[in-house]
Design a protein around this ligand. Sequence first.
Ligand code: ITT
Length: 195
Amino acid sequence: MKFIIATHNTHKLDELRRILAPLGIAADIDPALPEADETGVTFAENAFIKADEACKFTGLPAIADDSGLTVDALGGEPGVYSARYAPVGSRKATVLKKLEGLPTAERGAAFVSAVCCVFPNGDTVTAEGVCRGHIGEAPRGEGGFGYDPIFVTENGKTFAELSPAEKDAVSHRGRALRAFAEKLANYLEEHHVDE
Ligand code: ITT
């Protein structure tokens, strides 16, 4: 079965593809897909909005990820507004500035990913993944994208200091997609859909 990936973020697309491929899920983008209006107030709502619009636009089952960084000391911000929290290039600095002076114990944070697949008949398969860590004192590492250089994982390295495979093994997106793949396989079996 062919799936559309509903994202306009090329870094996220790379991750979705490299995690989904070994799970046996082949997915592609539609370059003509318009950007959806992310009006939801939860990751799950926005993932549904993006997948639903892409499914209606292409007529194919569509998979979307809505994700972001939630910082405990900021009441969960930037959360669903992670992509729009501050002008491009100043998002990490904005988070670091707001946490200035706080000790590590008060810098707890999590990355969250909600994945949703919408089928042309309206059915949905959803999953969520969370990776806890804390916000470092300064950016570190060259890998990844977005907030990766300021998110310190349980092993002390930032997401940006991990190899792609190391990030996928523990990341919010890796966890969400592995749970999603299991639920999708069950759905396809129950509905007698040949892969
Ligand atoms: P699409 O909606 O087109 O998929 P987007 O970038 O707008 O792309 P989101 O609305 O889900 O996606 O916003 C997610 C933002 O959260 C993203 O732009 C990053 O700033 C941040 N983010 C999510 N996952 C991340 C990760 O693995 N590493 C670093 N930052 C991440």
